[in-house]
Design a protein around this ligand. Structure first.
Ligand code: SF4
Ligand code: ZN
Ligand code: ZN
Length: 309
């Protein structure tokens, strides 16, 4: 490759098709860190003294986010950072990933809180999967709902101001398209960089990677020699999400910048969608007391189905 188009001093190692930039190792890493900084300030994700918790699964995105936020937050000594890992109980997968989460937090000197499905709900995901055989819900639907709850409860109990997750540009655009494919267009309004508080028991969630393509997170992790778990989850694979991922990647290859275009289009439509959607009033679940739309929250509904099974 030729010289870096930014510093014009070092050899380029990365080509960014959607901007035409060719970047050296140093300028590439800086560009990612600056992008994250810009996203944080653009969406006003953090206040200078916010206590931030990062959801760290042990995979590439979350571990890399932890590294970058640690770097950025050094400029804000009043903004302590901590991490949380939810062990869903997936044998041979999450137990392995957990080691990477623990090791990275230790290296970075970050307080690390561990929680698990077993501890919170009495069962790990592997056990749950055995109990839902031949039922309509997939392991991922259980996993997603129960993990979101576990993260929120842990963040609230730790008294943090913000919960940061590592969803990248690819995750976000996939979710937007998936909502359309599921006929759930109004839900697009809920895929956003900052989920503000709608109930005092919900910790605001932010996604500082939402404008960074997955490929660039991966290259940053590679250049910085960040260690993470690379094996895919045994339950992933058949989902419609994989098809959407493939289509978006093909489009991006042919028409550079397509993922950003989808993301920006949705940003523009969102205010109108939000205005259309009825404002939901959240109340407390009659069983567990957590915020919910109906009488019984989603995790309680799901867990109840299991006990009948
Ligand atoms: Fe959970 Fe599905 Fe992700 Fe596996 S792929 S960790 S089951 S959401
Ligand atoms: Zn350079
Ligand atoms: Zn409940």
């Amino acid at each position: 490759m030729s010289m870096c188009t930014l510093c014009k001093k070092r050899e380029a190692v990365f080509m960014r098709p959607y901007s035409g930039e060719r970047l050296c190792r140093r300028c590439f890493c800086k560009s990612i860190e600056n992008k994250v900084r810009a996203t944080i300030s653009r969406y006003e994700m953090f206040q200078p003294d916010d206590k931030i918790m990062v959801g760290v699964s042990g995979g590439k995105d979350s571990v890399t986010l932890l590294h970058i936020l640690t770097k950025i937050e050094k400029a804000f000594p009043d903004a302590p950072l901590c991490a949380v890992t939810v062990d869903e109980g997936i044998k041979g997968y999450r137990d392995e990933a957990l080691k990477f989460a623990v090791e990275n937090c230790r290296k970075l000197g970050i307080e690390h809180i561990l929680t698990s499905f077993k501890q919170m709900y009495g069962y790990g995901l592997d056990e749950i999967v055995n109990m839902i055989q031949k039922k309509e819900l997939t392991p991922c639907s259980y996993c997603g709902v129960l993990r979101r709850r576990a993260l929120n409860t842990t963040a609230r109990e730790a008294g943090v101001d913000k919960l940061a997750t590592a969803h990248n540009l690819d995750d976000e655009t996939q979710t937007m398209i998936l909502n359309i494919l599921h006929g759930d267009a109004l839900r697009i309004a809920r895929v956003k960089p900052v989920l503000t508080v709608v109930h005092p028991k919900l910790v605001p969630r932010v996604k500082p990677f939402c404008e960074v393509p997955e490929r660039e997170v991966a290259f940053y992790a590679y250049l910085k020699k960040i260690e993470f778990q690379g094996v895919p989850c045994p339950y992933a694979g058949t989902a419609l999400r994989n098809d959407v991922r493939t289509i978006l990647n093909r489009l991006e290859e042919k028409h550079a910048g397509m993922k950003f275009t989808v993301f920006r289009s949705m940003e523009r439509i969102r205010p109108a969608l939000e205005a259309m959607a009825e404002e939901v009033k959240l109340r407390e679940c009659k069983k567990c007391g957590e915020p919910t739309v109906g009488e019984l929250c989603k995790p309680c509904q799901m867990l109840e189905k299991l006990s009948i099974a």
